[in-house]
Design a protein around this ligand. Structure first.
Ligand code: ADP
Ligand code: F6P
Length: 469
């Protein structure tokens, strides 16, 4: 059997275990097998980084990481990956900041990653690369003569050509992506958008199965929604119910008072401003909910070196203060707002306590929080999921209360409906959601992707593969 080599910008190092936020780390750690290698950035910044990776082992998995210089970190991670690609891929052209020196830094780090990984590779390794930080990574490996099968999965949405055109050098990046053998997306819509871009920018048309040929190499584009380890998450939620934190949370809700919960990285794509405004609208329009509901928002700080994230944090501080100032009573605070990570099992217990799970991103590749909320519910008394139609998860979780996150009245109305919903409807909706969450798990996601990669016939590296840059 081939060895699996996972490559991602962030590597969940065993030496740094603790509460981790981010869908990728969580989903892959649920499904990675012993014997595999995980390669990426150590998370450290050093003066003169070496291209020889640091390695460590845990539970049969090898972790190999390299450091980044301060310049790499700024150009590659902060400015290009998260200051240009992230806003673009989340349909926020107004936040896209492109500078050619950042793009060059991004390409240089991809080349450095490839140089560092190459000596660790065996001829029959299957290489699975993740996310927008590494669009040109396969091309960099191919230029070093690597002919292994290389798959790529994008954890964000993909944009249609009209938006992609806004990114300078988009065509070059798209060409570089075609050095992957298998490319996966969460939904049919993202795959369709990608294929339209390939046609529009590269003049190549795919067949009905999402296969096309570029520079003589076949590329297979698939749909493979990511999921969670539903059984273990559900078990964690039940266990956590006995734990101190969950007990304290319950005790903080006087009898009859409901909890609504939101759990996100503190990111503008997550729609937190609109969510809070929707909640304020609920309390304004339906005064019967005052004192009867408390909203707990856990918003772990993320990408704090980016100005847009700093501005969002300040804006949220202001809005939370405004809502609590406006609606609080001496013995009731409507909105509890924490900006740090919570342990995964505790989080599962919190979801189980909450009558409403509020997931309202403006755009989101998948959104695993929605699936976690479903998995954590008590079948005898499940809560209600409110879900943005612009989260990839909405494709699968149509039995949630689906909202347009740009419409704060719709968010308020869904909260009102969820709080008023009787047990029979809650159970009926939850059973439909449960079926999906248990069908499309993390294990299934990995199996499906890897089966496509295994089936792919390894291609010889074309002699004349020129760098696109
Ligand atoms: P993204 O990958 O954009 O962060 P997802 O919703 O897909 O979004 O995944 C987020 C993951 O991180 C989930 O597993 C969630 O439980 C976890 N997470 C998010 N916020 C927190 C938090 N404040 N504390 C602990 N875990 C969190
Ligand atoms: O899902 C998007 C993503 O970039 C993941 O790849 C990552 O785990 C998570 O968000 C956290 O982001 P960052 O690595 O920038 O802290």
């Amino acid at each position: 059997m081939s060895r699996l080599v996972v490559v991602s910008n962030r590597v969940p190092l065993p030496s740094e275990r603790g509460p981790r936020a981010g869908g990728l780390a969580v989903a892959l750690s649920d499904a990675l097998q012993p014997g595999s290698l995980w390669f990426g950035w150590s998370g450290r910044r050093t003066g003169t980084p070496s291209t020889t990776p640091h390695t460590q082992q845990a539970e049969g998995i090898a972790y190999a990481t390299i450091d980044l210089s301060e310049h790499d970190y700024r150009t590659f991670y902060v400015n290009f990956a998260n200051g240009a690609l992230w806003p673009l891929l989340h349909f926020r052209l107004g936040l896209l900041n492109y500078r050619s020196e950042d793009y060059e830094g991004y390409r240089a780090v991809n080349r450095r990653f490839a140089q560092a990984l190459k000596p660790l590779l065996r001829p029959d390794d299957l290489i699975w690369v993740h996310d927008y930080h590494l669009f040109p990574f396969a091309e960099a490996l191919r230029l070093l003569g690597v002919s292994n099968r290389i798959g790529f999965f994008l954890h964000t949405p993909f944009v249609p050509p009209a938006l992609l055109h806004a990114l300078p050098r988009a065509e070059e990046l798209l060409r570089a992506m075609c050095a992957y053998d298998v490319i996966g997306f969460h939904t049919r819509t993202y795959r369709q958008a990608f294929l339209e871009c390939v046609t529009d920018l590269l003049g190549v048309r795919a067949d009905n199965d999402g296969r096309f040929v570029h520079r003589g190499r076949p590329v297979n584009v698939i749909v493979d929604p990511i999921g969670i380890d539903a059984d273990s998450f559900a078990a964690g939620a039940t266990d956590a119910a006995q734990g101190m934190e969950v007990r304290l949370l319950r005790e903080s809700l006087p009898s009859g008072r409901s909890l609504a919960i939101g759990v996100d990285r503190l990111d503008y794509s997550k729609g937190l401003v609109n969510r809070f405004e929707g909640y304020a609208r609920l309390l304004g329009k339906h005064s019967e909910h005052r004192r009867q509901v408390s909203f707990l928002q856990v918003a772990v700080r993320s990408r704090e070196d980016l100005g847009d994230y700093q501005r969002l944090r300040r804006e949220l501080d202001r809005i939370v203060g405004d809502i609590n100032g406006r609606f609080s009573e001496f013995d009731w605070v409507p909105l509890r707002y924490m900006t740090r990570a919570v342990r995964r099992t505790t989080l599962a217990g919190f979801y189980r306590v909450a009558r409403l799970g509020v997931v309202t991103p403006l755009r989101d590749g998948m959104n695993l929080v929605a699936k976690e909320y479903v998995a954590a519910q008590d079948p005898a008394d499940p809560g209600v999921l409110i879900l943005s139609r612009f989260a990839g998860a909405a494709d699968e979780l149509g039995a949630a209360l689906i909202v347009n996150p740009f419409d704060v009245d719709e968010i308020a109305d869904a909260m009102h409906a969820g709080l008023a919903m009787g047990l029979a409807e809650r159970q009926e909706r939850w059973r439909a959601l449960r079926e999906q969450v248990w069908y499309s798990t993390a294990a299934r996601y990995c199996q499906l992707f890897l089966s496509h990669l295994e089936e792919y016939e390894a291609q010889p590296t074309p002699r004349r593969l020129h760098a696109a840059w």
